[in-house]
Structures are given as C-alpha cells and as structure tokens.
Ligand binder design. Sequence first.
Ligand SMILES: [Zn+2]
Length: 316
Amino acid sequence: MLYTIMHTNVDREYYESLSVEFTPNINKFRTGNRREHCIVDKKILKKLDLKVGAQIRIIRPSIHDNPMAIYTIIGIHEENLRTVFVGYSEPEDLKSRLDLNTTESFTGNIDSQVITLGISEKKAKEQGEFIELLKKKSDKAKIAILAPHGGDIERYTDDQAKYMYDVLSSDLATSWVCKGFRPTGGAFDRWHITSTEISEESFPGLKSIIKRQFKYAIAFHGWKHDDICIGGSMSTELKKDIKHAILKAIFDSKIQIHTDYEKDCIKDFNGDNPRNIVNRLSSQSLQIEQSVKARKNYGIKIAQAIVNVLDPLLVD
Ligand SMILES: [Zn+2]
C-alpha cells in the first residue's frame, strides 16, 4: 500500500466532542444542499475551536450502529445555548443521514474530527469509517488528482485517481483521496460533502497542499445521471481534447459526454464554481462527473484517456 495517511499539520492538538442538543429546522436554511448544513451556537463553535465553513460529525451515540453524518457549519446563532440547528430538505434526509424518524430535537454529540486518523482502509471498511489519503512523491508535483468522494460514496472514483497517479511520470503528481464506507449501505448519505464546501480545516492532508497552486488539478466524481459531464477552469481547447480522447476510449458505451463550454451539462454540475476544491488547487482544473456505468465499466479507460492528453503537458 503506497498511500500515506497524514496526521500531521493539524492546528489542534486533539479533537473535541461535545454532547449537545440538535434541532432539525428547515426554515433556518436556504435551499441547495441544506441536508448537509448545520448552524451552531457561537459558544459551541468556540469550544470546538472551529470556524464557519468547517465540517463536523453529528453522532447519535447509543442507538445501534451509532448513526452519524458529516455536516458543514454554514453559520452561528445565539438563540439557544448548546443547540445546533440541523438542515434538511425532506424528513427522509434526517432518516437516511441520522436514522431519525421525526423532526423533533435530540441529544447527541458534535465532533470536530471529520476523518479518522491512523486506520487502514480495511479497518475503515469494516468499521464504516471515513479516511483521507494523501499520496505524493515530491513537493514539486504539477498535477493534483482528487477523488473527494471515494470508497462507497461515489464508487470507483478512487480507483481512477489511483490509476492516474500510478501511471503518470514519477514526481509529477500528488493525489488526495477520501474514502467513506458504511457496511449497511448509505455511505453517500453519511459522508458526502459537496465539493464547493469542503474545508481544508477538516482535512489535514488537504490542508498540507491547499496553498500549492498546481499547474493542473483534476477531480473524479460520480453522479446518479446517465451521462458524463466535463467542466473546470482549464482551456476549452484542452477540455475538447479530453472530451474527444474519452469519446474514443468509450466509443462502444453509448454514454454521452456533455461539457460546460457547450453549456449542456445537467444543472447540479458545480465544476465551474471557484469554491470547488478542484478550482482552489489550480487555475487549470478539470472536473468530471460520471454515471455509475461510466465509472464501473470504463473508469480506467477514462482515466487513461485523460492521462494521454495531460501527460505530455506536464514536462516542461
Ligand atoms: Zn463527488
């Protein structure tokens, strides 16, 4: 296993976990991905030594399987002490994320530790955990390869990142991959954080590279739609080359490829948002969203097609 689990460069010496009151309240949140959002009492935030924008875990201990999910703190309040408002769009969100059958308040833990440090992927799988893997051969890497939703969150995207990292010329690539698992299913519900909201404060490995501006950054993602969508801040010429290389590689699949420059991507594609983690790491980024079929049956072919286009550009 070549992956290194990072557990240095953390500002905090230890992570805090507090027992607090959680109140689901749809009216406190704007639409969008409010199922991943929470608003925290100012004092709790201070106690946890966190800032707005960071991620936390909300845990319901003692219930079997310890229901838990990651939330992004989108604001603070001073209404009720020791209370966290929990967002949702449908009551089903609370069921799938925290195993809640009602929208009534509950007591649970708020935990500043988002990823689990120092456990193997095998253990993470068994325990239904969430890990971060940073892999690099050199500090001079020119491309960052990301799979923020690997493991069972968006399956096969981590395999694509690993493949691309392994085949690229040595010393040219860094990869940042997160893997989330849940043995009973529902890893996406538990561990998914939207790419525009991923905070480096919650991911020590990411924090160690966030100030680097890579020449290129590429993020592999999966979605529920049937097609592939390509976007990001790299030049249209380059995205055209990549689109055609992928089309050639998957010509027998009948999978369609849409692009941001042709303006035919599905609405929830966020690859062009400057807050997207891929765009925070490079001004020449590529975000690729892929159907399950594309990832499962053509994942490595797609990664190789991207390598074919980018590899020659990594050598000065
Ligand atoms: Zn994703």
